[in-house]
Design a binder for this molecule. Structure first.
Ligand SMILES: [Zn+2]
Length: 337
């Protein structure tokens, strides 16, 4: 503290001398002779961290989370949904005829072109099937994919998207509203059944429209929603149900995951969903055990030992190239910030 006071008073003295000198050139010699002390050496500026140092000390989510724009080149999904990245991500427009993107401040409306095409087709199809004005789209991926600062484990390769269980309103939401409005929870307070106040037949049509698309690998929903779908669809042909799988945290949105697209040789496929509809007691009952019910609200139970943070070296080597590549400038990129 003392040293700081000394330095700052020396600095203000020097500044005062400077002002005086500028105002009265004739006083320079006098002032300099009497008052100007030898300037104290300031501490050298901290050298900027080199790229190599950054990659060793910062976690992958810090590195990828800090990048605002996609890399140049051809769009490629690299690695696995939970451990990968995205080259040359494409920005999904924040407004469309049948969609609005939420949480703009997160800058996660980037995806592989196959995901952008999926959304462009799904949005009007879902609007038609439900009678809604359109859909509300949550997170896709960061501009270069990779792990993100929030708790999403997946969404890393530009092939995952969250879509809210509520209709797009009749007007354009403001940026503030998009950051603060919450999605509707379709599940009851005890997490064992659906909330009749929020669950509607339109939600069945919404989920089915997503699962029926051929490019969709799986659709994740809360277990109580899956159970209700099993009940409603039991007597109808329902091959699409095999793709709808229960998972934690999906009480207010669906998570749609696409297959690895053509041209992404390093994209790692997830094991296919089982052919059966996933409605057996053996599949469903464990989701309603005490152990699973509580954490189902948001996320899987925490591991006993916290996992080591993912570093750049833990991702496929091509992700380092993606991270370091020059930025692709896009015309859309600025209108949400
Ligand atoms: Zn998701």
């Amino acid at each position: 503290m003392f040293a700081r006071i000394v330095i700052s008073s020396v600095l203000s003295l020097a500044a005062a001398a400077g002002t005086l000198a500028a105002a009265q050139p004739s006083a320079i010699a006098q002032t300099a002779a009497v008052a100007a002390p030898a300037p104290l050496p300031l501490p050298p500026p901290k050298p900027a961290m080199s790229e190599q140092e950054k990659e060793k000390t910062l976690t992958a989510k810090q590195l990828f989370g800090a990048v605002q724009l996609p890399s140049i080149g051809k769009a490629v999904a690299i690695g696995f949904y939970h451990r990968g990245c995205l080259a040359a991500g494409v920005e999904f427009p924040v407004n469309g005829p049948t969609w609005q993107v939420m949480r703009l401040s997160r800058n996660r409306n980037w995806g592989h072109p196959s995901l952008i095409h999926f959304l462009e087709k799904f949005a009007p199809a879902a609007a038609k099937a439900t009678g809604w004005k359109g859909i509300l789209v949550g997170d896709l991926a960061q501009p270069r994919g990779g792990p993100s600062p929030s708790d999403h484990a997946s969404h890393q390769t530009g092939l995952d998207v969250d879509i809210w269980f509520m209709p797009m309103p009749d007007r354009e939401l403001t940026k503030e509203e998009r950051d603060t409005i919450s999605a509707i929870n379709l599940v009851s307070d005890d997490w064992k059944s659906l909330n009749p106040q929020t669950w509607t037949p339109q939600h069945v049509a919404f989920i089915k429209t997503a699962a029926e698309r051929p490019e969709v690998q799986r659709v994740l929903v809360n277990a109580a929603i899956k159970k209700e779908l099993c009940r409603i669809e039991a007597k109808k042909p329902h091959a699409w149900m095999a793709k709808v799988r229960p998972w934690y945290g999906h009480h207010d949105h669906i998570h749609v995951r696409l297959f690895c697209p053509a041209g992404s040789a390093n994209c790692q496929a997830q094991e296919p969903v089982k052919a059966e509809d996933g409605c057996s007691a053996k599949e469903l009952d464990p989701w309603f055990s005490d152990k699973r019910l509580r954490p189902q609200i948001s996320k899987p139970p925490p591991p006993t030992k916290p996992p080591k943070p993912m570093m750049l070296a833990d991702l496929p080597p091509a992700c380092k190239t993606v991270l370091e590549a020059p930025a692709k400038n896009t015309s859309l990129a600025n209108d949400k910030r």
